[in-house]
Write a new protein. Structure first.
Length: 131
């Protein structure tokens, strides 16, 4: 079926056959098209920059949190090592305090106690001459 001259179908076929002509469009339409393309590219570039900045900020935040947690782990490990050493020292002290050979001289020295037939002598230092 052929399209009649003057019908919408005829006009559509003519537009489809004819290549787009630049000279046929007014200058303001070309400028509007150019600025529209430029604005859309600018918006896309802004979106890309915003996404990159967001990604960078998140990466920095995660790295800072990772560093803070690493320092906290190192501190906890040091505290744990100090507590293990302190526990070992206290275990040795407990074993020594159950040993009478260690405990009796310690008690006599700290409390000033004497055994029968012993004499307790307290020595006080004399002041140096000239003072």
């Amino acid at each position: 079926m052929t399209a009649r001259r003057g019908s919408l179908r005829f006009k559509v076929k003519q537009l489809a056959r004819r290549p787009l002509e630049r000279a046929a469009s007014p200058v303001w339409q070309r400028r509007l098209t150019r600025w529209t393309r430029f604005a859309s590219r600018l918006v896309i570039a802004g979106i890309v920059v915003a996404i990159a900045a967001s990604f960078s900020a998140q990466t920095f935040r995660v790295a800072a949190e990772n560093y803070r947690l690493h320092k906290q782990i190192v501190s906890a490990e040091r505290r744990n090592d100090a507590l293990v050493a302190d526990s070992a020292r206290l275990q040795r002290d407990i074993v020594l305090l159950h040993d009478p050979d260690y405990l009796v001289p310690l008690i006599h020295e700290q409390l000033g106690l004497v055994k029968p037939h012993e004499v307790f002598i307290v020595v006080t230092p004399t002041p140096a001459p000239g003072k």
